[in-house]
Write a protein that binds this ligand. Structure first.
Ligand SMILES: [Zn+2]
Ligand SMILES: [Zn+2]
Length: 404
């Protein structure tokens, strides 16, 4: 017992001396509920993520925050049902007084839980938090421009613009403006760029003041893997990074994996929870610290592969994979090299290894390097047939990049 206390005191001291011990926190930044077009009550959704050991969750309903009074019709039996059996289930799980219903002239409705109520019910210090968010749902002509704003304080209506890029930029600028006004860290990410072929890599490359996009979105309808005419979101990352680090001089771009969950009830498998997430390295679990860590690139995207360690600089990247029995892992180090002022190949595989501690040492001509790990195990709930469990490590600037 005494030893245990000594060790705890020692580790607390070491943690504070080293300005905080970091932990990996798992979260999803893209989730829908009855507040917009998700097909379940918010408490049902949050409970799923809590029970699956997530540490943070962003409810990102379309152009709405989970605030105020919103009633949802009972008896609705389409793809977003709220039937008596769902109500009974909620009452069984959360208690009979939890569910608030009304009947106005024969129309029955259930009151949706707000973010403060959900926080009160589910948040546990150091274990689980909710971060306020919104999917700013905009468009330019027929192109859908969807931007997730994370850790915001106020609703941001779609800002509209006169091109796809201008539409993205105006929405990003609104998030940046709000972050400054509240002196609170926030970020925004471009969602499912390939949905309807709306946003191409050249456009993503040109965003200013912000650097996040979804390299993986678990929704089956958004062409994350691209098609015969369109590069995958993974390839778009290399195209955009290469442009940003040469002609445009706009710095790194970070990639997230998200669920974009809509289907919680029923047989629909279009966008289910638990397909893609981020692991964030932070010294504590608060909305501000998670956002700050992500802004610093201290995270990786995953659909199943777990990492113990990421150490990266402009000289090398070294990783440590958490191994599982009977599973092998291939790590590709990808990057673009600048030789005699020319990019040789956009996003070439610079090295490939099956080591559990993969390492890449920069040679000197890399603009950036990133790592992508592919497991030999199939994703248990794939968004596309043949998906394997993966992880995407954030890029770092190489020796050939102007250091911005
Ligand atoms: Zn969307
Ligand atoms: Zn969405």
């Amino acid at each position: 017992m005494k030893n245990k206390i000594t060790i705890t005191v020692f580790s607390l001291l070491t943690c504070s001396l080293l300005s905080g011990c970091s932990h990996w926190y798992k979260g999803n930044t893209h989730t829908h509920t009855y507040w917009s077009d998700g097909n379940a009550a918010p408490e049902h959704v949050v409970d799923w993520y809590v029970n699956h050991n997530y540490n943070f969750l962003v409810l990102s309903d379309h152009n709405i925050l989970s605030h105020g009074e919103k009633w949802y019709p009972i008896g609705r039996d389409d793809w977003r049902p709220l039937l008596d059996e769902h109500i009974e289930d909620l009452e069984k799980r959360f208690g009979p007084v939890w569910v608030v219903k009304r009947d106005i002239d024969g129309t029955r409705e259930m009151l949706l839980k707000t973010l403060p109520q959900l926080r009160d019910k589910f948040e546990i210090n150091g274990k689980f938090i909710m971060i306020q968010g919104e999917e700013i749902t905009d468009s330019f002509e027929r192109a859908a421009v969807h931007i997730n704003a994370v850790n915001i304080n106020e609703l941001i209506p779609p800002q509209h613009g006169d091109s796809v890029l201008d539409t993205i930029q105006r929405n990003f600028d609104a998030v940046i403006e709000q972050s400054k006004r509240f002196n609170q860290p926030m970020f925004a990410h471009i969602n499912h760029p390939n949905m309807g072929h709306a946003i191409n890599a050249q456009t993503i490359a040109r965003i200013k003041g912000e650097r996040f996009f979804e390299v993986y979105n678990g929704h089956r309808g958004v062409l994350t893997n691209g098609d015969e005419n369109t590069p995958s979101a993974d390839k778009m990352w290399d195209i955009a990074l290469t442009l940003r680090l040469t002609d445009l001089d706009l710095g790194l771009l970070y990639g997230l994996a998200t669920d974009d969950t809509h289907n919680h009830h029923g047989k629909g498998k279009t966008s289910q929870p638990g397909r893609g997430w981020v692991w964030v390295k932070s010294n504590k679990l608060t909305a501000d610290s998670i956002v700050k860590a992500m802004r610093n690139g201290e995270f990786y995207a995953s659909t199943g592969v777990k990492l113990k360690k990421i150490k990266s600089s402009s000289r090398s990247i070294s990783l440590s994979i958490v191994p599982e029995d009977g599973v092998t892992y291939r790590t590709d180090f990808l990057g673009s090299r600048l030789v005699d002022g020319e990019v040789i190949e956009v996003g070439e595989v610079l090295a490939c290894t099956n080591d559990l501690k993969p390492k890449y040492k920069m040679k000197g001509d890399e603009l950036y390097v990133r790592a992508r790990i592919t497991s030999s195990r199939k994703h248990p709930n794939p968004f596309a047939e043949g998906d394997m469990e993966m992880a995407w490590v954030q890029p770092v600037l190489g020796p050939a990049a102007k250091h911005n």
